[in-house]
Ligand binder design. Structure first.
Ligand code: ZN
Length: 256
């Protein structure tokens, strides 16, 4: 299904699952950070988390709708965190190819955002991101409208934005592919962190190998929605199994 053909109900359900996944995988930040999904239609509006709720408290119904200027649309007992408007609003207003933006402060990604060299493209996941990563210098908490244009200039046409000294934002054409990209970026940062903690130099890759790896990854992830959906749906199933929300019939069938 194309992203623009998805109903608001389907987007709300997927976005709530995305928040629960981020919590389940340990990438959440109490009531802070945002994952937003642009709503279909000519109006520039997006769904985002209500400020004050934990990720596991987010449901399809309590996600709020805001304009790209950060104004609440419709009725809700909740408000949005103003720190999210600059980043999410400017991307949704200016990148029609982007329908979901996920921003996290996971430890591994925040650590990589501290390094002047940024993302290392020499591990399996980092190599897939060659040529896809942009950087934005830290200006403080993203509360001020004048930073919007500079963030937009920083990200350009890339889909991963390392917010230096801060965290990351990843962009995708739908919710599942944004989760898939965040997963790859997170894995790249975790491996970078672990490799960097060991003595001795890392094994570097030739440019040509990185480029082929990135081109192949792009082909796999962008040729259809199948890869993102496969990864997203499998992560949701794993989360539900881990939480005991569903029975694993295959395991249940194994004799004691
Ligand atoms: Zn942040």
């Amino acid at each position: 299904m194309t992203p623009s053909a998805q109903s608001e109900r389907e987007l709300r359900s997927q976005l709530a699952d995305f928040y629960h996944l981020v919590r389940h995988l340990g990438w959440d930040e109490l009531v802070f950070n945002h994952i937003s999904a642009r709503l279909p239609g000519a109006e520039e509006r997006y769904l985002v988390n209500p400020f004050g709720l934990l990720y596991d408290e987010i449901t399809p119904d309590n996600l709020i709708t805001v304009s790209v200027e950060g104004e609440l649309v419709g009725e809700s007992e909740y408000r949005a965190n103003p720190a999210g408007f600059a980043l999410h609003g400017v991307i949704h207003a200016n990148r029609p190819d982007v329908r979901c933006v996920a921003h996290t402060h996971s430890i591994a990604l925040s650590a990589v955002a501290m390094k002047a060299a940024g993302i290392d493209h020499d591990n399996f996941y980092g190599a897939q991101l060659s040529g896809r990563v942009a950087y934005h210098d830290f200006e403080g908490i993203t509360l001020y409208a004048d930073e919007r244009e500079r963030m937009l200039a920083s990200i350009g046409d890339k889909d991963v934005l390392i917010l230096r000294n801060h965290g990351v934002a990843v962009c995708g054409r739908d919710i599942p592919s944004t989760f898939a990209l965040l997963w790859i970026v997170q894995r790249a940062a975790e491996v970078q962190l672990a490799a960097g903690s060991m003595a001795g130099p890392n094994q570097s890759l030739p440019d040509a190998v990185r480029q082929r790896c990135a081109a192949d990854a792009h082909k796999i992830t962008s040729s259809s929605n199948a890869f993102g959906e496969l990864l997203f749906n499998s992560a949701v199933r794993q989360m539900k199994l881990d939480k005991g929300m569903v029975r694993n019939e295959a395991l249940a069938a194994v004799p004691a």
